[in-house]
Design a protein around this ligand. Sequence first.
Ligand SMILES: [Zn+2]
Length: 359
Amino acid sequence: MPPLPVEKFGALAEQPNCHHVFTERIPGIDVSHDKAEALARLDKAHQGIRDAIGFGDWPLLTAQQIHGNKIAVADTPMESDKEFPGCDGVITNQRGTALGVYVADCCAVYMVDPKTPAVGIAHSGRKGTELGVVANTIEQMIKRFALAALPNCRHVFTQRIPGIDVSHDKAEALARLEKAHQRIRDATGFGDWPLLTAKQIHGNKIAFVDAPVESDKEFSGCDGVITNQRGVALGVYVADCCAVYMVDPKTPAVGIAHSGRKGTELGVVPSAITQMIERFGSDPANMIVQLSPCIRPPHYELDFAAEIVRQCRALGVKEIHDPAVCTACDLDRYYSYRAEKGKTGRMLALLGLNPAIAD
Ligand SMILES: [Zn+2]
């Protein structure tokens, strides 16, 4: 058999936890046609290479490639191949998932974060480079996967669940989502952890849990929960409001808060951080704060996410990650209270400390 028309790059080949390949010109295939036809003619050869390299049964995530700088994020398991419209790059922290771009003259840029681990790929030609597609990819890898990089906590942010009609009030929508949320809790390692939630009244009161808990509990009158207990899930439900994840990996301790316009005005996140400092001895300089997708201008008249970032900074938090994703902009992925006129579901944000692991 002739050698495969592929290249491998030394720096990436040295990384034990990732696979990569760059296919070359395939001999014997006439590709003097437009892109769609050329790709169709190359499909079989590319599939043969995917099979030979070990990508054969991995879902392949590609970008539509419009010479822009938008990045798709795959942060949940993917079952099948997918092309992300309007994007020029893809990032993922999921194992067994292939990211792909097609190039002829443009540069395919491979990005590997072996620690988290996470990978990204971008299509960067003259135009994409001017628009900073690679810088955007790296920025998204930092902003989306910062919590995943921490060994002593686990977290998840559920998206819109396909196939469930949630055009109802909150109680009914949550009841309809419950089974799907339980499945996600099971799949992400939260299944047998007690779930502590807040009643969420758009206030700034924080519940704290500094002793072991046995069962699920909702804290009335509260909009956030903090704990230094391991194996306990903290949760808030959001649709447009921001779920704010707070991690102090040193102590360790974690907190979660529901911060929309009103809660942000009342300082629910500063209230949570202050209590982590006072009750658990957390140092804000060690903390990592992650914001979830939430509604933003122009879909909302106020940028409360930016205010949350300012609040955290004012308390001395250095590492704050805001993905800058608007829920109302992407109803395929998210529920939006505003865009769906109050009759919609909720995303569930979960955060917890892993059981002690030997270092
Ligand atoms: Zn929007």
